[in-house]
Design a protein around this ligand. Structure first.
Ligand code: HEM
Length: 160
């Protein structure tokens, strides 16, 4: 008696599970490929600004920051190269580029965290742990980021 009840419970669970798997296409994938600007332009036109204005050890040059950035003389992918004043590797440049692009992903640049954080509140910025970095949109680092990201395109499997 008990065995029969157990088997029928097992059977109805199996039927339920298989029908839900078969019928369900799963949630609509809202994942979109990250869009970045070209790496070449990043290395020559953006990274110098990032190294000077964002990536020092007390700011974004640290592993515990959501936006963590590599820079010569500061945070490095290879801990044994920490603080060595030498050029970044292609991999570190690619990671910096993707991380910066990720904070502008899926939104208009103007309203993205990448721009609103460092931008002064009076110029439309949002609160930033240490206050403003860009006085307004004419700031050279702001312009370099904007120019680079205005040419953004999906990263299709390969590195940007
Ligand atoms: C142009 C350069 C900079 C850009 C693009 C930038 C961007 C950002 C972004 C997107 C965030 C949110 C993600 C996170 O928590 O990591 C953030 C947060 C933060 N940034 Fe910056 N930042 C810049 C410069 C700086 C500098 C120079 C400092 C330090 C003096 C700094 C300190 C912080 C701190 C403490 C937070 C976390 C608290 C918060 O969310 O406001 N940032 N920044």
């Amino acid at each position: 008696m008990i065995r029969a009840a157990y088997l029928s419970a097992l059977l109805s669970t199996a039927i339920l599970a298989s029908s839900s798997i078969a019928g369900c296409d799963g949630p609509e994938s809202s994942l979109t490929l990250l869009e970045t600007g070209p790496l070449g332009a990043y290395a020559t036109e953006v990274q110098p600004h990032v190294a000077e204005r964002c990536a020092s050890g007390g700011c974004h040059g640290r592993a515990d920051r959501r936006l963590r950035l590599y820079a010569p003389g500061h945070y490095r992918a290879d801990a044994s190269r920490l603080h060595l004043d030498e050029p970044l590797t292609q991999q570190e440049l690619g990671e910096n580029a993707r991380r910066l692009a990720a904070f502008a992903h899926g939104s208009e640049l103007e309203s993205s965290e990448l721009f609103c954080k460092p931008l002064a509140l009076e110029a439309g910025g949002c609160a930033h742990g240490v206050g403003e970095v860009f006085v307004d949109w004419t700031d050279p680092t702001c312009l370099a980021l904007e120019r680079w990201l205005s040419g953004r395109a999906p990263v299709d499997g390969g590195l940007p």
